[in-house]
Design a protein around this ligand. Structure first.
Ligand code: PT1
Length: 280
């Protein structure tokens, strides 16, 4: 892997001097994070406000689940879910990221005040995405995924997972730059759990340093994921906080800059203690 320069000191206007917490605000009916049944804008807004109080630096708002097995939702449904939540929380001064792979949702979210587009397809899921971001001034998170959410865990395969994921991210950084999205607007993410076996995920986590050295801030999402369940035997995703914190802190020590998490207060406490002690 190559491509580098020093990582910039800010992402989307937020200082990278210390690791950042990106709080997950799902506006979806699934029960992965909070046991809700119907996406409810008011509940998502309340959750976002709580996360800001608890020390979140960024709120990642998503209206379509992309966890393994999830089915896509219609554009109209996704727009109806996320836009009111983004409008309200952005107006209150929060740094908002929108988790979407659809260009019309990106455009509406940007109009509503989002500062970051977080795309699990690395801006490849919609032919208009690169243009939409280039025409704005927002920042972007480029994530790696093999396959699509519905079937990605059926038969993940790599000859060299670190090399292939790194190569993909470099290709997407270059595509962004060619489209007019400057390097200081780009963060990258190896996509833990997206078309990866436990061994693939561990290999990526052990080699996070290689991704951090690509010169873009590194986003890490391990919170409550199946790898934590596989390593701990804990089948209930809601009870995977200790393992999630362990993986997150290990990731920070290897160069992750932004942690995408469900449990903001707990992650803040872990990071504060970890940082106060420091390295070496
Ligand atoms: C992520 C991420 C994301 N994860 C970014 N965006 C999800 N940038 C949604 C499991 O194995 O890591 N980075 N947006 C949620 N996706 C998953 C994937 C949830 C796997 C759960 C699993 O349990």
């Amino acid at each position: 892997m190559s491509l580098s320069d020093a990582t910039p000191s800010k992402f989307a206007g937020v200082s990278l001097e210390r690791p950042l917490i990106m709080g997950i605000v799902n506006v979806t009916p699934d029960s992965f994070s909070d046991g809700g049944e119907t996406p409810n804008a008011a509940a998502a807004i309340e959750r976002g406000r709580l996360m800001i109080d608890q020390g979140a630096d960024i709120l990642d708002i998503g209206g379509e689940s992309t966890r393994p097995g999830a089915e896509p939702v219609s554009l109209d449904e996704e727009l109806a879910r996320v836009v009111p939540v983004i409008e309200t929380l952005a107006a209150e001064g929060a740094c908002i990221s929108v988790d979407t792979r659809n260009a019309p949702v990106m455009a509406a979210a940007i109009r509503a005040g989002a500062a970051i587009v977080n795309d699990v397809t690395g801006l490849q899921g919609d032919g208009q995405s690169l243009k939409t971001i280039a025409a704005s001034n927002v920042s972007v998170v480029l994530m790696h995924m093999q396959g699509d959410p519905r079937t990605m865990q059926e038969t993940p395969h790599y000859d060299d997972v670190v090399g292939e994921v790194g190569g993909y991210l470099i290709t997407r950084i270059n595509a962004c730059e060619q489209a007019g999205i400057s390097r200081d607007r780009i963060a990258i993410d190896p996509g833990i759990g997206f078309g990866k076996t436990l061994e693939h995920n561990l290999e990526l986590l052990r080699n996070l340093g290689a991704f951090a050295r690509l010169g873009c801030p590194l986003v890490l999402g391990v919170s409550r994921k199946s790898l934590i369940g596989q390593l701990s035997g804990q089948e209930d995703a809601g009870r995977r906080l200790p393992g999630s914190l362990a993986a997150a802190l290990n990731g920070v020590s290897r160069g992750a800059s932004i942690l995408r998490v469900h449990d903001v207060a707990e992650t803040r406490q872990a990071l504060d203690v970890w940082s106060a002690i420091g390295k070496s």
